[in-house]
Design a protein around this ligand. Sequence first.
Ligand SMILES: NC(=O)c1ccc[n+]([C@@H]2O[C@H](COP(=O)([O-])OP(=O)(O)OC[C@H]3O[C@@H](n4cnc5c(N)ncnc54)[C@H](O)[C@@H]3O)[C@@H](O)[C@H]2O)c1
Ligand SMILES: [Zn+2]
Ligand SMILES: [Zn+2]
Length: 404
Amino acid sequence: MAGPEVEPRPPRPADAGRDNVVTAVGDSPTFAARHPRPTSKGIHMRAAIFTEQNGPLSVEDVTPTDPGPGDVVVRITASGLCRSDLSVIDGTLPMPPPAILGHEGTGVVEFVGAEVNRLEVGDRVIGSFIPACGVCWFCHNDQSNLCENTYTVMMNPRATRSDGTLLPTMTGLGTFAEQMTCAEMSLVKVETDLPDEMLALIGCGVTTGVGAALFTAKVTPGSSAVVIGCGGVGQAVIQGARIAGASRIIAVDPVALKRDTALKLGATDAIDPTVGDVAAQVLALTGGRGGDFVFEVLGSPDLITQAFNCTRAGGTTIAVGVPRSDAMVSIPSFPLILQEKRLLGCVYGSAQVRRDFPLLIGLIETGRLDVGDMVTRKLDLDEINDGFRAMTDGEVIRSVICAH
Ligand SMILES: NC(=O)c1ccc[n+]([C@@H]2O[C@H](COP(=O)([O-])OP(=O)(O)OC[C@H]3O[C@@H](n4cnc5c(N)ncnc54)[C@H](O)[C@@H]3O)[C@@H](O)[C@H]2O)c1
Ligand SMILES: [Zn+2]
Ligand SMILES: [Zn+2]
């Protein structure tokens, strides 16, 4: 029922002189202090559990399973709410309940298994929602965002409910909790003094969005970019296009807060799609040609078609939003072929997390990437369902759960 038992970890040289050396999670004085309620393992944590499709998440005390030798236990300090979490709740992304959701988070390492060699207790880490194992074909070919272990890290149950039900975690992370146990390959160590809520967003929205512009599309200086859907990920696309030197950046979103934020973060024009024809307005702003780079960042098949229709001959459409797995996307054949329009998929912004998390931190630290203005609201874990309501109602760019 429980996960693999942990062998006591032999002392490692780097542990010498530390007073927080642990050989198992339950031995950690910090954990004992933080989780005083007695259980079979002496550890409890609170987590937001996905229990039924379209139902609210249930915040409960659960018991973490024992970490394996290649696992790391992280005390979570901040976790963003991404639409992909909502897509699991509403069935757009297939993941059966029960499970611990959350895939955009940061924290501090509290325990490392015996075979972990890149991380130490006390390290600051960001969860990578696609692992970067470093040894598979894709990792060796600069495509760690397609790592062959993407699905294997999701298989391990990482906690047990009070009724004994085992809980897997979203993308092998499960950041809507006080702590997470995950594979070492799902974590990237970072060295920075940036606040937790900013680092959390690097775990998904910022890397996906900025990466979509810089690494997937390779936006060029002086070009035009159109961003359809300006939520957390879309605002990061806008900033990526600005960083890449696009001269015209057109934000499309029905919500005034999103358009206003987009204009603040780098968009030069904003279109309300509920007023007038979007493609006609984009053409009018781009010399009648259409955008050089057009991003869909909601996850609607119809809007991917719209993005394609807003793209100039020879231009590139980038599909970032994730529709249902059984959805088909309709693309007109002549523009695809005779106008050489290109359509690119984008996962995790084509980012190489071990290279690019530090790169993004550098852009934030030097003021080129504004993540502070993307954090609209900070929440307690108990308020998570209201956070998803606020996302649905268009009240926020990003809500971030922050630990006390
Ligand atoms: N490809 C990846 O690796 C990856 C990573 C993260 C998220 N995603 C996906 O990206 C998408 C966006 O995620 P998010 O967290 O930014 O969501 P979000 O809810 O914050 O943003 C979506 C935005 O789309 C806007 N919108 C709604 N209807 C629109 C319309 N007709 N035209 C233009 N805009 C419209 C909403 O107002 C909102 O601002 C989701 O599908 C998510 O699953 C993909
Ligand atoms: Zn996400
Ligand atoms: Zn790999």
